[in-house]
Design a protein around this ligand. Structure first.
Ligand code: 1GP
Length: 239
């Protein structure tokens, strides 16, 4: 897991939601991810009816890429993944998502400490209200306030977090603004992941150029699986 962060190259991650990823569509997107060398699979969602272990097992049976948890809540923790984003929702002021849940999870995570990636999760308002906002009882940072996003990311780095995730929300009508990504890149040195509302290779290229290290694709690949092929091709231009 440490190499995921120490290796400076650009990366593509496919986000799979335990409720949506199933059947032939799941097999197809896993095949595309494997064939095109996506860097890893993220597994998780805001609210899930299916267990995370069911999804991890399906991925393992059909694909050799690393599986990293992106837990929407404590029920989505598992020892069976290769890595776990230990998320702190630092754009919000809900103490449960800043430290409360971490206290509850700590004894469970004790034996898989080497898999943890402490991540500052920053939700940015990019249109309509997202599931994360509703479920987390937090307010997203307005997209026209880059200074607040930058200061939040800086604080996360100063607190010792190892990665910043700039999130527009799953299915957002627009991705995180380029000027925000650029401003954050100029002010922190830890890896930056960007996700939410990314739909084509022009956007992917601009997001990389602005300084993102990892691009996370979910809905876009569900609707149009070839997006993953295109995304990996753009990433390869940076190798
Ligand atoms: C959501 O950032 C991810 O947490 C991915 O978003 O589903 O909009 O690609 P999309």
């Amino acid at each position: 897991m440490k190499s995921l962060l120490s290796d400076k190259g650009k990366k593509i991650a496919l986000l799979l939601d335990p409720d949506k990823a199933r059947g032939k569509a799941l097999l197809n997107i896993l095949r595309i991810a494997e064939e095109n060398g996506a860097d890893f699979i993220l597994a998780g969602g805001s609210l899930t009816f299916n267990t995370i272990d069911t999804l991890i097992n399906h991925i393992r049976e059909n694909c050799s890429l690393p599986v990293i948890l992106f837990p929407g809540n404590l029920l989505q923790l598992s020892h069976n993944a290769d890595g776990i984003l230990l998320l702190s929702l630092i754009s919000g002021r809900n103490p449960e998502l800043l430290i409360g849940n971490h206290v509850i999870a700590a004894p469970y995570l004790k034996d898989v400490k080497e898999k943890l990636i402490p991540t500052g999760y920053i939700l940015i308002s990019c249109g309509s209200k997202t599931s994360v906002e509703y479920i987390s009882h937090t307010e997203a940072i307005p997209s026209d306030k880059p200074g607040i996003v930058v200061a939040t990311a800086m604080a996360g780095e100063m607190l010792g977090l190892k990665m910043i995730y700039l999130e527009a929300g799953s299915g957002a009508s627009a991705h995180v603004p380029i000027e925000i990504i650029r401003a954050v890149r100029e002010n922190i040195s830890i890896p930056i992941a960007v996700g939410g509302g990314i739909r084509n290779n022009e956007e992917i290229r601009k997001i990389y150029e602005a300084g993102a290290d990892i691009i996370i694709l979910g809905n876009g690949c569900e609707k149009r699986p070839e997006l993953l092929t295109e995304a990996c091709r753009v990433r390869n231009e940076y190798k």
